[in-house]
Design a binder for this molecule. Structure first.
Ligand code: PAF
Length: 281
């Protein structure tokens, strides 16, 4: 498996693959890979002749008070995971390779970025769309793979691809959970033992919401109230950022289940902000 640091190196390799008629899948990541990322790479390996995994902690999607500096990194462990999963190439650029000093072009997907995470992280999706756009331009994949755990990100990227006529398929993959229910995340490593226990309120709230909806409850306010009560039990370690229900395609607030609906939460456990969600089709 190859590791490339430059966009030109990736382009040259992908060009050679395409000349041979091979299909290319892309799994964009920020590294510190876990089972959730592995499930994306596995799916990409199944569906493509060659798979590129990008590993880049994208500075422009972090707010000024967020964890850019402390975000966990371990390229050697990532390399092993990618190799074992059957990826063909890792693209691991430095920030200077991706952003020149006078970089000034950004992609903004508009309204779909405004609720949920976009409310508390107002520049986040602009950073995500911009870097994902650059990765699509560098790798020119046939398919790109994103986890449903970052549900709003998936909806935003689908919107960007549709609106900008990008010629690739976006594949959403299911959330991968720890045995006790906690959604896998690179940020789980920040949690102390006590916080790790408290973090279970996220999946408990999500599972309760799913059970209520599957039991026929259509009233979003009732479901959201139940979720908030579950999370409040873990106070003071747990602090709600949002507990919301939105239409899945537009990410607009909508408190009745009458079509594809996303129930999503963001909760601070100590200083660590975790997210989880369930999609009701
Ligand atoms: O989901 C992530 O890890 C990041 O937001 C992504 C898509 C790799 C862009 O930096």
């Amino acid at each position: 498996m190859q590791i490339e640091k430059t966009a030109a190196g990736v382009r040259a390799q992908v060009k050679a693959w395409k000349k041979e008629g091979l299909s290319v899948g892309l799994v964009p990541t920020m590294g510190y890979l876990h089972e959730g990322h592995k499930s994306l790479i596995d799916r990409a390996v199944e569906e493509n002749d060659r798979v590129v995994v990008s590993i880049f902690v994208n500075p422009i999607q972090f707010g000024p008070t967020e964890d850019l500096e402390t975000y966990p990194r371990d390229l050697e462990a990532d390399r092993k995971l990618c190799e074992q999963a059957g990826a063909s190439l890792i693209f691991a650029p430095e920030a200077s390779e991706m952003y020149s000093e006078d970089f000034s072009t950004f992609v903004d997907a508009g309204k779909v970025t405004e609720e949920l995470c976009g409310k508390s992280r107002p520049t986040h999706f602009r950073g995500v769309c911009t870097v994902v756009n650059k990765l699509f331009n560098i790798v020119a994949p046939d398919r790109a793979y994103f986890g449903q755990k970052d549900a709003q990100q998936l909806a935003v990227i689908r919107r960007m691809v549709r609106d900008l006529n990008m010629d690739l398929e976006i594949i959403g993959c299911p959330i991968i959970r720890e045995e006790d229910g906690l959604a896998k995340s690179s940020r789980n490593t920040y949690l102390s033992d006590e916080e790790r226990k408290a973090a279970l309120v996220l999946s408990k709230a999500i599972f309760a919401a799913k059970a209520m909806a599957e039991g026929g409850e259509k009233d979003g306010d009732k479901i959201l109230e139940t979720m908030k009560n579950i999370i409040k039990k873990a106070e003071p370690l747990a602090r709600i950022d949002y507990v919301e229900m939105v239409r899945w395609d537009t990410i607009e607030i909508h408190h009745t289940i009458d079509g594809p609906t996303l129930i999503a939460i963001a909760v601070f456990i100590g200083k660590t902000r975790l997210i989880d969600n369930v999609l009701l089709q």
